[in-house]
Design a binder for this molecule. Structure first.
Ligand code: NI
Ligand code: MN
Length: 227
């Protein structure tokens, strides 16, 4: 069974059949990263967009472990310039089947410049198909009605930002949950800093009283089994 371990903020470790896939590996500076997160040995790293709290430790991790970086064309080019050897470029609407599963980039409404100002292309969400399960990570985004399309094939899990200020807040994330129709919602991108402080239990009550979805609130270090 594939699992998702929450590493704080919007960082996830997907484990499937002995392979570790890190999503948005923001470890240095992540106030929520559990101890030991930096010791992970990912075979793949997926990056939604270029902001420092998502691209994060991608280059260092990939260089240390030989992991393949999967992201849009602009981000993998940047990673290559930083010395990353193994990359796979995708772009919005495009998917590819990797040994661990299928990855498709979906639209996100946000920015995507690197901390040094370099252009990071369009920000993305990620649609994953792993062990027959469908997982959607919205990345950083506003709510948008085309989330209905993303949910059309059925979703087992959706990771949604709820922090407000930089992304959708709890109210809009509850609307996103309605559009997506995922069986389980995992909130992310909140309480890392005071500016994005939220009560995830209040979000849980809001979603569970207005949709069929269940919300699982994970503490950093907690693992969710994708059943
Ligand atoms: Ni961002
Ligand atoms: Mn962010």
């Amino acid at each position: 069974m594939a699992t998702l371990t929450f590493l704080g903020h919007a960082t996830w470790a997907l484990e499937t059949k002995g392979t570790t896939v890190l999503i948005d590996p923001f470890l240095t500076g992540n106030t929520q990263a559990p101890p030991g997160a930096a010791e992970l040995r990912p075979a793949f790293i997926i990056v939604t967009h270029a902001h420092g709290d998502h691209y994060g430790d991608t280059a260092e991790l990939a260089k240390r472990t030989g992991a393949t970086v999967i992201a849009n064309f602009e981000i993998v080019n940047y990673a290559q310039k930083q010395g990353v050897a193994n990359v796979h470029a995708l772009h919005i609407g495009g998917g590819h089947t990797f040994p661990f599963g299928r990855v498709k980039l979906t639209p996100a409404f946000h920015g995507s410049a690197f901390p040094d100002g370099a252009y990071g292309g369009m920000p993305a969400g990620i649609l994953l198909e792993v062990e027959g399960k469908r997982v959607y990570d919205a990345g950083d985004t506003a709510v948008f009605s085309d989330m209905r399309l993303i949910g059309e094939g059925g979703l087992d899990v959706a990771m949604l930002p709820i922090g407000d200020n930089f992304t959708m807040g709890p109210e809009d994330a509850a609307l996103a949950a309605k559009f997506l129709g995922a069986r389980t919602i995992l909130p992310q991108h909140y309480n890392t800093w005071p500016l994005i402080a939220q009560d995830p239990q209040a979000f849980k009550r809001r979603v569970e009283s207005s949709t069929e979805s269940r919300v699982q609130v994970l503490k950093p270090g907690d693992t969710f089994e994708i059943r």
